[in-house]
Design a protein around this ligand. Structure first.
Ligand code: MN
Length: 487
């Protein structure tokens, strides 16, 4: 978590004399220190910038410092913005403009022109905002008093988003086998994705995985079985089947760790030499923060890993999900999401159970899997699709409920939700936008974070909310098509 930090760059100028500049620096240091205590990553004061050279130098240093995940700027006083042009043009790290003020109140007796010259963020931040707008520089603007909790929470969420961007740019995805035959939405341009998002998506043979599985020792399996026992309830006596999943998990983890991969995909159509489709194995890897996508869906796998990283404590409640079936009863209209095995237990309402059941497809032995219900609460579902020439990130607001039926014969983990704005309009919007059946469902990454992430990465963002209509969405998509062609 603490491998990253953010840089605090405060704008000013020589006009006010050294005393004012000293005060600005003292206060900026105090703010960075105090904010660091409540933010997920340290905020490091860097400079009170007064010249083009100082700004250019700090931005160049930010680009080349792997620890620096983003730059946060603020103008305590007035900072003429032409001196920012060269530096901001060079800046490649995520950029946030914190429009705040050192003091909360205007002091009735104390206020005079000296006070005004020292405390003129309202003035300086507008000049600063203009130049970023003029440069068309992607940035986050957060306004409010720096000690206010809501401001700190938004700044913290943006920091986690910026770390998601840094993580994305280094992300390596391990593919076992190709995509499911004939499926369109799981395809994509891996070269374009690496250019835009940084992902290195490559394939490794299933035969190599089987070889690695054969090298796993009984002791290694015993140790992982202890972890399974402490994390999950055993609702099966078929211990050998569970041990086989442990063997698969250990082998996949070894191969991923050896290659520096944080996400993987596989397909039930290419399990040559394997007795079971990995179920519990993939689920427990996801619980540890690895991304996963079924049927060779490397895009959703990578997004799962990134959104987990952007969530609470660097491994939040985000899961690979699939829209499966609807309850269309008036007054109780819900989507039921699941997968044939692989839903991450980070979204479970209660302790998951390990169960063994037959799998209708894939022509293999009955696999062990975790079965549970998803928890109640507001969430989002997110899908990244390749539109040919550009990537579109679609995000829909949802509300998850306790499943309205026990469904005792359904042998997989399940989540039930209400799509926004309502089930039918939500479906129409999702289908109109081209969203996939595979998504990342997240309880702790917000739509605002996904919007900011898309802006940092430079890709299209479409948000389906409680206020979205099909007509407004169609218009937005039509205009987006034109806008993205011009870029
Ligand atoms: Mn699927």
């Amino acid at each position: 978590m603490k491998e990253y930090e953010f840089w605090f760059v405060v704008g000013s100028q020589f006009l006010y004399g050294p005393e004012v500049l000293d005060t600005v620096e003292k206060r900026a240091r105090e703010m960075a220190k105090e904010l660091s205590a409540s933010l997920p990553y340290p905020l490091v004061y860097k400079v009170t910038a007064k010249t083009n050279e100082e700004i250019t130098n700090v931005m160049k240093a930010a680009n080349y410092d792997d620890k620096c995940a983003g730059v946060i700027t603020w103008c305590h006083t007035f900072s003429p913005s032409k001196m920012w042009i060269n530096g901001l043009e060079l800046l490649q790290k995520p950029y946030c403009h914190l429009a705040t003020q050192y003091n909360m109140e205007i002091p009735n007796d104390e206020i005079d022109m000296d006070f005004m010259n020292l405390n003129q963020a309202a003035h300086g931040d507008r000049e600063h905002g203009f130049i970023a707008a003029r440069l068309r520089k992607p940035r986050k603007v957060i306004a409010g008093y720096w000690k206010e909790k809501s401001v700190q929470e938004r700044l913290g969420a943006w920091m986690r988003t910026a770390v998601g961007a840094a993580f994305s740019r280094k992300l390596r995805v391990m593919r076992f086998g190709d995509n499911m035959r004939e499926v369109a939405v799981t395809e994509g341009d891996k070269v374009e994705v690496q250019i835009k998002l940084g992902w290195q998506v490559n394939t490794w043979p299933v035969g190599k995985l089987v070889e690695t599985m054969n090298e796993v020792t009984e002791k290694e399996i015993d140790d992982l079985m202890d972890i399974y026992r402490s994390s999950y309830d055993f609702a099966t006596d078929d211990i050998e089947t569970v041990r086989y999943q442990a063997r698969e998990e250990i082998a996949m983890k070894k191969m991923m760790d050896a290659e520096g991969c944080s996400a993987f995909s596989n397909t039930f159509q290419d399990l040559y030499g394997m007795k079971q489709l990995p179920g519990l194995a993939s689920q427990h890897l996801m619980a540890q923060g690895y991304g996963y996508g079924g049927e060779g869906d490397w895009k959703v796998s990578a997004m799962t890993a990134i959104m987990k990283r952007m969530g609470k404590d660097g491994n939040g409640a985000s899961a690979f999900m699939e829209d499966y079936t609807y309850n269309l009863v008036p007054g109780a209209k819900y989507s039921l999401g699941a997968h044939m095995l692989e839903v991450c237990p980070s979204v479970a309402a209660d302790k998951p159970r390990i169960e063994v059941h037959p799998l209708g497809i894939g022509d293999r032995e009955d696999p062990a899997r975790l079965v549970f219900e998803g928890k109640e609460g507001d969430a989002i579902v997110v899908s990244l699709i390749d539109m040919g020439g550009r990537l579109r990130l679609i995000c829909q607001d949802i509300h998850c409920v306790k499943p309205i039926l026990p469904m005792p014969n359904l042998p997989v983990a399940r989540v039930m939700w209400q799509a926004m704005p309502d089930l039918e309009t939500g479906i129409e919007c999702w289908i109109t936008a081209g969203g996939a059946h595979h998504t990342v469902l997240s309880y702790d990454v917000s739509a605002e974070q996904m919007k900011d992430w898309a802006a940092i990465m430079g890709i299209e963002f479409v948000h389906i909310t409680k206020d979205t209509t099909v007509e407004s969405l169609e218009k937005e998509l039509f205009l987006n098509d034109i806008a993205w062609k011009l870029r």
